[in-house]
Design a protein. Structure first.
Lengths: 297, 248
């Protein structure tokens, strides 16, 4: 029987993977750096929590609505982000994160520093879901999101994003409506982050503004970059490794952050494309193996 | 009706007049040369026509329709393709995908159509034809950044042709190329014209300009100082003065 501790970690990792995947749409696919992605995670979590705990909405409605609200806010906040690029965009998105966190913290309507409690795991068949059942639920949702990602990657939308990531001006000259496709990336990325936030709130049963601060944004960005920015599986691998790391290094508690930092530094020095990036050792070995297998036939 | 009609076009950058009341027309099936010393406003002119900068004053009509307020993507979808002075292929995408991006101009305006897959047999076929015409077929799967400059320039032309354009703006296509590379590129440009496409050609290599262009427009300090057939331009005292300076 899987222990409660293990299932908790598994759930958190899937939520992080979903979050890393959503950031990968904005930063990896469309090439727009974001240092404030936790804001949309938070907007989703707060939307879902308040709809459920204060307004009495069922889980099955509050979580999808969390995605919708985060997506709408993502579109609105994406608009000022359209005029800035690169380092300016990084600072702008960071600012968005601080503002959103401050709103949760200082406006009493959102529960202030006390946060919001009284959120529960969803009900089905007249009883509350168990943790393993909840794990399967979010795993299935995540799987569907990955299918959508694959479909998008093979569509003209994916191609338009790639061209924007490479060179905005040239993309415009090739008929790509840069503004529309950037906003689309912000909407999708924010909505999925909001969805992850909804799942997160219902699992923790209690949320606070600090869960959605700048530090959280950096953790998620690290996962994306560590695993391989722009790849489909990289952010997931990043979320698994960086999600498990704090747990397995619990016995050496004092050195956790040190190990984390050294790992990131080493990664950027030796594998800047991430673990699954196209230039990484892992993908080269993989390609070589595939090549050998196909040529030996 | 002229293919492209530029009238009294001006552009100011913070008080600096980069382009000052320039007028000319370009026809289909014609290569129109745009020449002038550095800083004459040639690239600014291209950036105005392709919608990258808004113009300060004047008119630009394409096939009788004003494109003055249009965005770059709308202008390219209407049928004006361009290349860049400093090449800008999508560096990390392969040759085929570079061309595919431009083929997508038929799908991007509809969000629904944009969700469709781009790897369809008839589309790939089309891309292969474009790549072949540009002489890039052995390099279809090569990443753009690994190509030599001459091939990057051809890739830019192949990409612009994927827009199915009526007008092509080429910004110094022969710059930085060896003689043979440049000769091959000129051959490609001739073939483009023979397909009935109008070409605006910015070029510093006078040999190329005189060989290729039917008419030439000369810019200096943002103004048009001459326009005419190559032999007229060659002997025009104003043009000689702009290039070589005034006799003492």
């Amino acid at each position: 029987m899987i222990s409660g501790y293990l299932i908790t970690i598994l759930i958190i990792i899937v939520i992080y993977a979903m979050l890393a995947h959503s950031l990968n749409i904005i930063t990896g696919h469309a090439g727009q750096i974001s240092l404030g992605h936790a804001a949309f995670f938070g907007i989703g979590a707060y939307t879902s929590a308040m709809l459920y705990a204060e307004a009495g909405f069922p889980f099955w409605l509050s979580v999808p609505l969390a995605a919708v609200v985060a997506g709408i806010v993502g579109a609105l906040l994406g608009i000022p982000c359209l005029r800035v690029r690169d380092d300016f965009l990084a600072i702008t998105t960071m600012g968005i994160n601080f503002v959103v966190e401050a709103i949760f913290l200082y406006i009493p309507f959102f529960g202030g520093a006390m946060g919001i409690g009284g959120i529960n795991l969803p009900k089905w068949f007249g009883r509350e879901m168990t943790k393993p059942e909840y794990f399967i639920l979010i795993l299935v949702v995540f799987f569907l999101l990955l299918l959508m990602d694959r479909r998008l990657g093979r569509s003209w939308i994916g191609l338009a994003w790639a061209s924007i990531r490479e060179d905005e001006q040239a993309a415009g000259a090739m008929g790509v409506d840069v503004v529309r496709f950037k906003v689309l990336a912000f909407i999708l990325g924010s909505a999925i982050a909001g969805l992850a936030g909804g799942f997160y709130a219902h699992f923790l049963t209690f949320i606070m503004p600090q869960n959605f601060g700048f530090g959280q944004s950096i953790v998620v960005l690290s996962m994306v970059v560590f695993g391989g920015i722009g790849t489909r599986w990289g952010p997931i691998v990043g979320a698994i490794i960086l999600g498990i790391l704090p747990e397995v290094s619990r016995p050496i508690m004092e050195y956790r952050i040190l190990i984390y930092g050294v790992l990131l530094l080493a990664m950027m020095r030796f594998q800047p494309g991430g673990l699954l990036g196209s230039e990484s050792i892992l993908s080269k070995v993989f390609r070589r193996t595939v090549y050998r297998l196909s040529s030996s036939e | 009706m002229a293919l492209l009609e530029v009238a009294a076009l001006s552009k100011e950058f913070d008080g600096l007049r980069a382009l000052d009341g320039v007028s000319f027309t370009a026809e289909e099936r014609e290569i129109l040369g745009i020449i002038g010393p550095n800083g004459a406003g040639k690239t600014t002119l291209f950036n105005l026509i392709s919608g990258i900068y808004p113009s300060s004053a004047g008119e630009i009509n394409f096939q009788g329709k004003s494109i003055l307020r249009m965005k770059p993507h709308q202008i390219s979808c209407l049928g004006i393709g361009r290349t860049f002075q400093i090449v800008r292929p999508f560096q990390n995408l392969d040759v085929e995908t570079n061309v595919l991006v431009a083929i997508g101009h038929r799908f991007y305006p509809s969000l629904w159509k944009s969700t469709g897959p781009f790897r369809q047999p008839e589309i790939i076929k089309e891309v292969q034809i474009l790549i072949e015409r540009a002489g890039l077929h052995p390099y279809a799967k090569q990443i753009a950044k690994n190509l030599p400059l001459g091939f990057k320039k051809r890739l830019e032309i192949a990409r612009a042709l994927a827009l199915n354009p009526r007008l092509l703006l080429l910004d110094e296509p022969s710059a930085g190329l060896r003689f043979e590379e440049s000769a091959q590129l000129m051959e490609l440009i001739r073939r483009v014209r023979d397909q009935g496409i109008g070409v605006l050609l910015i070029e510093h290599n006078m040999q190329v300009v005189m060989d290729l262009c039917k008419r030439i427009v000369v810019l200096d300090h943002g103004s048009k100082i001459a326009e005419g057939f190559p032999e007229e331009i060659r002997s025009n005292p104003l043009v000689i003065q702009a290039y070589l300076g005034k006799e003492a």
